[in-house]
Design a protein around this ligand. Structure first.
Ligand code: NDP
Length: 281
């Protein structure tokens, strides 16, 4: 029987410690604060924002949302961004992405104060993740996968891990985090030859491609640990992951569902990063 890796259980276990840390900060006169910047009103952004706001509330972290119109100019955006960057009462800034094509996302990534970059998008934090420096913030989703593995006591040392997806938000930073824990990593992408074989070779398989149910039962080895990062809509319009959950779940030792898996841990990681940033002040 496989064990279902429930994100809500992981989030619950993180909450206790976080609440205590927030309390300690408040006792010393610091109110940890996250500032979210949203451009327009994309349903994905609104959904992520709701989850983040709720999580901050539950942990006692102040959360401010700055809403900008879809046609905001680069100059106006930068002014807002710099104001938050310099505001000492703000400990973390979350930029809901992707931004409209009219804005230069890359230059904004470089502009964020690395100490407030709680979703690990700045080149400074990326460099830290790639050099194995613990003081950097990893993108929350990549870190959420690590929290899930830790909570369920999945050993990583010497384990064969395959990650499907090489984005800067999930696949690559996750590979670096896992490497730090002495796993042996294979990172796959659209040009990978024989993806099924690379997946079957894995003791731990992480799917982060954004393709509904692309990981089928024949691509997974018996007893593997399967973590599904994907958030997609299936043909019936229901939320689903990159893994064909119903077909795969009987074969594996652990599996994370969608919804209710990694996505439920991401906002807890965000809260953890805001607290870490506030503690450094
Ligand atoms: P990107 O589109 O940026 O990257 C997708 C990666 O998957 C690319 O490296 C791409 O390869 C690879 N890929 C796509 N299709 C295939 C395929 N058929 N075979 C092999 N590799 C493939 O996506 P993100 O990394 O931003 O997100 C991935 C998924 O995770 C999405 O479903 C997204 O919604 C979800 N997500 C979930 C979050 C959460 O909190 N749970 C947060 C962020 C994302 P190539 O590089 O060659 O193009």
């Amino acid at each position: 029987m496989s064990i279902i890796m429930r994100g809500t259980d992981v989030a619950k276990s993180m909450k206790e410690e976080l609440c205590k840390e927030v309390e300690d900060l408040k006792k010393s006169g610091i109110i940890p604060c996250l500032s979210i910047i949203r451009v327009g009103a994309r349903p994905d952004d609104l959904s992520y924002e709701r989850g983040a706001v709720k999580r901050m509330e539950l942990t006692g972290i102040e959360c401010r949302v700055t809403k900008l119109s879809q046609d905001v100019s680069q100059e106006e955006f930068e002014q807002t961004f710099l104001r938050l960057n310099e505001d000492p009462s703000v400990h973390g800034i979350l930029l809901l992405r992707p931004l409209p094509k009219t804005l230069d996302e890359e230059s904004l990534q470089a502009m964020i104060d690395p100490k407030k970059d709680v979703d690990g998008m700045s080149p400074v934090n990326m460099a830290k993740i790639f050099s194995g420096d613990e003081t950097g913030f990893a993108p929350c989703t990549a870190q959420a996968v690590m929290e899930m593995l830790r909570y369920y006591g999945i050993g990583l040392k010497g384990k064969k891990v395959t990650i499907v997806g090489r984005s800067m938000v999930v696949g690559r930073p996750l590979a670096m985090r896992l490497l730090r824990e002495h796993a042996t990593i294979t990172v796959c992408h659209t040009q990978t030859e024989n993806l099924a074989m690379e997946c079957r070779n894995a003791q731990i398989l992480v799917a982060a491609a954004g393709k509904p149910k692309m990981i089928t039962a024949d691509m997974v080895s018996d007893g593997a640990v399967v973590i599904d990062v994907g958030i997609n809509m299936d043909d019936a319009g229901s939320l689903c992951g990159d893994v064909d959950y119903e077909a795969v779940k009987h074969k594996v030792s652990y599996i994370s569902p969608v919804p209710g898996g990694v996505g439920s841990v991401t906002s807890s990681v965000l809260a953890k990063h805001v607290v870490k940033s506030a503690q450094k002040i």
